[in-house]
Design a protein around this ligand. Structure first.
Ligand SMILES: *Cc1c(COP(=O)(O)O)cnc(C)c1O
Length: 393
């Protein structure tokens, strides 16, 4: 049958032929160290649930109580009649936790980038963006209409060169991921701050993988480097270490106030439900009460990565619990992931276009929820599959 969708069928076939087709697995259990995937119980090395909060009893009862009080839906966009007192309370608690003047929450981290970039820069402006920035930063930057200049990954000198090469503009903004999600390396924030300050530009960091991981008790990359007050905009997500869903912008009072007036996802899309906001407040409280979970996460990551290197795996340039296991070709990464799954370990292959061609990998996400015996089980299976597939000697 020849019709308007033939090109899609051809594209899908090409993805399958090139091992770039994304097979989406279905989970039938709460998120935790072990999960049920497509009916099979497996060790979970895939989730961003860094601290194990996604199925935490305290978060669940906070959510249940909020449903009792507020019901399930916000019933309107926030600027009309959908701002609940739990949203306001969450923003206040997040600002305190992050040590900033104010925050504004959105439906997701993705939407937060789509809100803030177009609100701060436009056609006459320029965005200097790390070449490996997250897709949501790239999309937010495109949506803004500003000129986008990419600088070499984590390279403040190249940023400076690009700034000096760029002609006339009205305003400028420098933007970077805090922790890069595919490699686990950290942006050189102090040097980026210096460059941005020297050229009087706004500086924005997306801390999605830094929150709950870096800094005192998981306060994030700005705290990690002691740069409080020198980063204008922090983007956060509530769907990774916080274990729930949502996103936010943290920073100066004027920026947050401006986003309440001009952040389009705030004005034109309903907010996260009360239950999620209440669960997030509980997560902030847990992080403020104790650093135990963050310490366990870092200890687990240190142990697992050290043992993987001893086995002979290349874990790339990671400085965080994100653990890339570099394999090279998409086919190998795909087969490796499949073999792990057959041995009850769930770790996904990451391929082009998420990472460059020839840099396919398995990405292992370590969490505080993994007891030592789970890490050892994972190491044993990785070793066995690695030898069988001749990745290891
Ligand atoms: C995961 C991620 C996001 C998206 O967060 P969601 O809350 O899932 O939309 C945004 N930016 C970066 C850098 C991320 O890693």
């Amino acid at each position: 049958m020849s019709d308007k969708l033939n090109w899609i069928r051809a594209e899908l076939d090409a993805l399958r032929t090139n091992n770039l087709y994304n097979t989406i697995r279905t989970i039938d259990s709460p998120q935790g160290a072990w999960i049920v995937v497509d009916g099979k119980r497996v060790l979970n090395f895939c989730s961003n649930n860094y601290l194990g909060l996604a199925n935490d009893a305290r978060l669940k009862s906070a959510a249940q109580e909020a449903i009792r009080v507020y019901g399930v839906g916000p019933a309107a966009v926030r600027s009309i009649a959908g701002t609940l007192s739990v949203h306001v309370e969450l923003e206040r608690r997040l600002a305190e936790f992050k040590g900033v003047e104010a925050t504004i929450s959105f439906q997701s981290g993705f939407n937060s980038n789509g809100a803030v970039l177009p609100a701060l820069v436009g056609k006459e402006d320029v965005i200097f963006s790390d070449e490996l920035n997250h897709a949501s930063i790239i999309d937010g930057a495109r949506l803004s209409g500003a000129k986008i200049v990419r600088y070499a990954h984590n390279d403040p000198e190249d940023l400076e060169t690009k700034i000096l090469e760029t002609g006339e503009y009205r305003r400028a903004l420098v933007v970077t991921d805090g922790v890069f999600s595919m490699d686990g390396d950290i942006a050189p924030l102090p040097q980026l701050v210096e460059v941005a300050e020297r050229h009087d530009m706004l500086l924005m960091v997306d801390d999605a993988h830094g929150e709950g991981v870096l800094g005192r008790g998981g306060r994030g990359i700005v705290d990690h480097f002691g740069m409080h007050g020198r980063v204008d905009i922090e983007v956060g997500t509530l769907s990774k270490a916080f274990g729930v869903v949502g996103g936010y912008i943290a920073g100066r009072r004027e920026i947050v106030e401006w986003l309440r007036q001009r952040g389009r996802p705030f004005l034109f899309s309903s907010a996260i439900p009360a239950a999620d906001a209440a669960a997030c407040i509980e997560a902030v409280e847990i992080l403020e009460d104790s650093t135990t979970l963050v310490e366990r996460l870092l200890e687990n990551a240190r142990y697992f990565q050290g043992e993987m290197r001893k086995l002979g795996f290349d874990t790339g340039a990671t400085e965080t619990p994100i653990t890339p296991v570099m394999l090279g070709e998409a086919q190998l990464a795909q087969d490796f992931s499949k073999a792990l799954f057959e041995n009850d370990v769930f770790a996904m292959a990451i391929k082009y276009p998420t990472v460059p061609q020839g840099k396919a990998r398995i990405r292992v996400m370590i969490s505080a929820a993994h007891p030592r015996e789970d890490l050892d089980k994972g190491l044993e299976v990785f070793g066995r599959v690695g030898r069988k597939m001749e990745v290891l000697a």
